[in-house]
Design a binder for this molecule. Structure first.
Ligand code: GDP
Ligand code: MG
Length: 713
C-alpha cells in the first residue's frame, strides 16, 4: 500500500494562497505544463514523505463550479474527469464564508476534501479566531491551519492527508455533511436522484446528488454530461420542469435559492466556530484606499504609477543592459581575433551573437518590468488599477480587468495574451487578447531606441514615449471599433474584489518573474536563434564577390565627393560598399527588391522592406537585420553607434521614414511566439482575423502618415 501514489488537487478561490501552498509543499520539485487543449497553466509536482508519494496538482483559482471563465472550466473538468483522489481546498481564513462556498460544492461532488485554513496569520492579526475543531465537526471534513507563504502547517497537512487515506476515502466521503436545501427542493432532488441512480455506470462517473442539484441550477454543463445517461431525456425534461416550478414557487430563480441555502448553511457553521476578538478599530487598507481609490485621484495616480514604473525600469535597467552589451561586444571581438575569417566565424559573430545577444541584452529590462508588475500585483494594487481604469476602459468597450494583460504587454505579448484568460466573458477575453499586441513590447523597444536616437537626437526619449502612447491609444480605438463590429455586445459588469494590501514576499515575486521571463529567454534560445541564423543565411548567400571594376568605381565615387581623401578612407568606403553590394545580390536583397514596391507607398526602401518582413518572425531581429543589411562592421553593430551612423548616412532615410518605420513595427502583426499564443488561446479563426487586422491597420496608417508627411515637409 505504501507504494501507492495519491493524486491531490490543490483548489480554492483566487488569491487564497494555492500556489504558495503548492510551492511550500513541493519546493523545487515541480514542473509547469498545460491542461490538454487549453493553455491554462498546470503546475504539478511529486513529493515523497515517510515512504509515501504524493502527486500534487495546482488548479486555477475559482469561485464556484458553474464555469464562466476558462479557469473555471479547467478546474471543474479536471475534478470531474480526472477524479483526483483527494482535494486540498485552500481557504482564505480572513474571508471564510465566501471561500467555504466552493468547499461545499466539492463536498457535494463526493471527492474527499481537506480544508487548509490558510492565511491564519492574517486572520489572527485581524482578531479572527477560528475554532477549527468545531468548524471541522459541523462541515464534516478535516481542517488544518496553514500559512502558505511561510511554509507553516505543511507537515500537519500531509499528516491529515495520510490519516484520511488510512481511514479510507469512502469513509471520508460519507462523513462529509451536505447542505439540505429545504423541503421543496429536497423533494425534487429525491425524485431526480432516484432517476439518475438507475444507470449504474453513470453514477460511477457523476455523483447523483451533485448532478441533481446542478440540473436544478440549470447548469448547461450538467445537462451536457447528463447526455451520457441512458434515460437522459426523461431526466432532463423532469429537471427542467422542476426548476420552472421552483422559480414560480419562490418567485426567483431556482439557482439563487440553491445558493442562498448554501450561504445560509455556511453562515450557521461559521457562526459557531468563528470568533472575532477585537474588531479592528483602524483598518490600514481602508485608510489607504480612501486616498488611492478616491474618485478624482484614482486615475491620475494610476497614470503616475505607470510613469514611475517605466522610469524606474529604464533607469535601473540601463546598467545591466550596458554590461550585457559590453559582454557580447567583447565576445564578438574575441572570436574575431581568435578565429580565422571564415564563413563559420561570420555565422557565429554576425548571426548567432548578433541576433541572440541583441535580444538577451534586453532581458534585464523585461525582468525589472515584470518584477515591478508582480510587486504591484502582489501588494494588491493591480486590482485597484483595474477599478480605477474601469470607467475609462468601459468607454472603449473594455474592462477594468483588461488593464493587467495590457500592462504585461509592455514586457512581452506572450504572457500578456495568456493573462487575458482571467476575464469572465469569452468576448472580453478575445477582445483583450486581440489588442494587447498593440502595446509596445520589449522587442519593439530596440527599434524605437535606435531610430529615435538616430533621427530625433534632441527628443529621443520623448519619441519613444510617444510610440508607447500611440500603442495605448491605438489599442483603445481598436477595442472600440471591434466592439462595434466583430465583437458586438456590452462588456460584462465588473465583479471583482479588492483584496487587502499585503506585503509582497520575495519568493512570490521571484516566482512570478521567473515564470514570465523564462518564456522570453526560451524564445531567444529557439525562435530568435533560428531567425537570426536564417537572416544570416539569406543575407550571405548566394555569395557575391564585387569585381575589381566595381571596387574601383566605388573608390572613384568617393574620391569625387571627397577630393584629397587619404587612401585608407577610400579603401574602407570601397569595402563597405562592396559588402552592401554583396547583400543586395543575396537572397535577402532579391526578396527585398521584389517586395519593395508594396512598401513604397509608406516610404520604405528594399532594406526596410526586408527588415519589416523578417520582423514578423521576431521583432527582436529587426535591429540586427538592419545591422547586416547596412553591413556595419560586426564589432560595432552591437554598440549601435556604427549602425546609427550608417542609417543616418543613408540618403533615403529621413526622420519621416524613420517614424513611419517605427509605427509600422509597433502595429504590424506580432512575432511568431505571440501568434502561436493567440492560436492556442483563441483558435485559427481569430488568429487569421488578428493577422489581417494588424497588417491592414499598420499598412494603412503608415501610408497615410507618410503621404501626409511628404506634403508637410
Ligand atoms: P493563489 O492565487 O491561490 O495561487 O494565491 P497565491 O499563492 O499566489 O497567493 C496570493 C498572495 O497571498 C501572495 O502574495 C502570497 O504571498 C500571499 N499568501 C499566501 N499564503 C499566505 C498566508 O498564509 N499568509 C499571508 N499573510 N499571505 C499569504
Ligand atoms: Mg496561483
Amino acid at each position: 500500500m505504501s507504494e501507492q501514489k495519491l493524486r491531490i488537487a490543490i483548489a480554492g478561490n483566487p488569491n487564497a494562497g494555492k500556489t504558495s501552498l503548492f510551492n511550500a509543499l513541493t519546493g523545487a520539485h515541480h514542473k509547469v505544463g498545460n491542461y490538454p487543449g487549453v493553455t491554462v497553466e498546470k503546475l504539478e509536482g511529486v513529493i515523497s514523505r515517510n515512504g509515501r508519494q504524493y502527486h500534487l496538482i495546482d488548479l486555477p483559482g475559482i469561485y464556484g463550479l458553474t464555469a464562466y471563465s476558462i479557469d473555471e472550466v479547467v478546474a471543474r473538468d479536471f475534478i470531474l474527469d480526472e477524479k483526483p483522489d483527494l482535494i486540498v481546498d485552500v481557504l482564505d481564513s480572513t474571508n471564510l464564508e465566501r471561500n467555504l462556498y466552493l468547499c461545499l460544492q466539492f463536498q457535494e461532488l463526493g471527492v474527499p476534501v481537506i480544508g487548509a485554513l490558510n492565511m491564519t496569520d492574517e486572520a489572527e492579526a485581524k482578531g479572527i479566531r477560528i475554532n477549527e475543531k468545531t468548524l471541522s465537526a459541523s462541515l464534516g471534513i478535516p481542517l488544518v491551519k496553514t500559512v502558505g507563504s511561510k511554509s507553516k502547517g505543511m507537515d500537519e497537512l500531509l499528516d491529515c492527508v495520510d490519516a484520511l487515506n488510512d481511514s479510507g476515502r469512502d469513509a471520508a466521503r460519507g462523513a462529509a455533511h451536505t447542505v439540505t436545501y429545504g423541503m421543496e427542493i429536497e423533494s425534487k432532488l429525491e425524485i431526480l436522484q432516484t432517476m439518475i441512480r438507475a444507470d449504474a455506470a453513470f453514477i460511477k462517473k457523476y455523483p447523483e446528488r451533485w448532478l441533481a442539484v446542478k440540473l436544478l441550477e440549470k447548469d448547461s454543463d450538467a445537462y451536457k454530461r447528463l447526455k451520457e445517461h441512458e434515460r437522459a431525456q426523461e431526466i432532463g425534461a423532469f429537471a427542467k420542469e422542476a426548476s420552472l416550478w421552483l422559480d414560480k414557487h419562490y418567485g426567483k430563480d431556482a439557482e439563487i435559492v440553491v445558493s442562498e441555502q448554501r450561504y445560509g448553511y455556511i453562515r450557521g457553521a461559521v457562526q459557531e466556530s468563528l470568533q472575532i476578538i477585537k474588531a479592528p478599530d483602524f483598518s490600514l487598507t481602508e485608510a489607504i484606499d480612501r486616498v488611492i481609490m478616491n474618485r478624482f485621484l484614482a486615475l491620475p495616480l494610476f497614470v503616475a504609477v505607470l510613469w514611475l514604473l517605466f522610469q524606474l525600469t529604464f533607469a535601473v535597467g540601463q546598467y545591466p543592459m550596458d554590461w550585457l552589451e559590453g559582454f557580447f561586444t567583447f565576445l564578438s571581438d574575441a572570436l574575431n581575433n581568435v578565429m580565422p575569417d571564415t564563413l563559420f566565424r561570420s555565422l557565429l559573430v554576425d548571426g548567432v551573437i548578433g541576433g541572440v545577444g541583441g535580444v538577451l541584452s534586453f532581458v534585464p529590462l523585461i525582468v525589472i518590468l515584470f518584477c515591478l508588475l508582480s510587486i504591484l500585483e502582489d501588494v494588491g494594487y493591480m486590482a485597484r488599477a483595474a477599478f480605477a481604469s474601469d470607467k475609462l476602459l468601459h468607454a472603449f468597450g473594455l474592462h477594468g480587468q483588461s488593464v493587467f494583460p495590457m500592462m504585461l504587454g509592455f514586457g512581452c505579448s506572450v504572457p500578456a495574451i495568456m493573462a487575458a484568460r482571467t476575464l469572465k466573458s469569452q468576448r472580453d477575453r478575445i477582445l483583450t487578447a486581440l489588442i494587447t499586441p498593440l502595446m509596445s513590447c520589449g522587442a519593439k523597444l530596440p527599434v524605437h531606441v535606435l531610430l529615435a536616437a538616430a533621427f530625433f537626437p534632441e527628443n529621443a526619449a520623448n519619441m519613444v514615449i510617444l510610440l508607447y502612447g500611440c500603442g495605448v491609444v491605438l489599442s483603445l480605438l481598436s477595442a472600440f471599433v471591434l466592439r462595434k463590429t466583430a465583437l458586438r455586445g456590452e462588456p460584462t459588469p465588473f465583479v471583482m474584489e479588492l483584496p487587502p494590501y499585503r506585503a509582497p514576499t520575495v519568493r512570490g515575486v521571484l516566482w512570478h518573474v521567473w515564470e514570465k521571463t523564462s518564456r522570453y529567454i526560451k524564445k531567444a534560445g529557439t525562435i530568435i536563434l533560428a531567425a537570426s541564423i536564417l537572416v544570416w543565411l539569406i543575407t550571405t548567400f548566394p555569395r557575391y564577390e564585387p569585381s575589381p571594376e566595381e571596387m574601383q568605381a566605388f573608390a572613384a565615387t568617393y574620391l569625387e565627393n571627397n577630393p584629397g581623401a587619404d587612401e585608407e578612407a577610400v579603401a574602407a568606403y570601397a569595402e563597405v560598399s562592396g559588402e552592401q553590394l554583396a547583400v543586395e545580390h543575396s537572397y535577402a536583397g532579391r526578396i527585398g527588391h521584389f517586395i519593395a514596391p508594396v512598401f513604397k507607398p509608406m516610404g520604405f526602401d528594399w532594406k526596410l522592406a526586408t527588415a519589416s518582413v523578417i520582423g514578423i518572425v521576431a521583432k527582436e531581429v529587426i535591429v540586427s537585420t538592419l545591422g547586416i543589411l547596412y553591413r556595419v562592421g560586426a564589432e560595432e553593430s552591437e554598440e549601435n553607434e556604427g549602425l546609427r551612423a550608417a542609417i543616418t548616412g543613408d540618403p533615403h532615410m529621413t526622420p519621416l521614414v524613420a517614424f513611419v518605420f517605427m509605427l509600422f513595427t509597433l502595429i504590424a502583426p506580432p512575432c511568431l511566439a505571440a501568434l502561436a499564443t493567440i492560436k492556442a488561446e483563441l483558435g485559427w479563426k481569430w488568429l487569421g482575423f488578428e493577422y489581417a487586422f494588424l497588417l491592414l491597420l499598420g499598412g494603412v496608417l503608415s501610408v497615410i502618415i507618410y503621404q501626409i508627411g511628404l506634403l508637410l515637409v
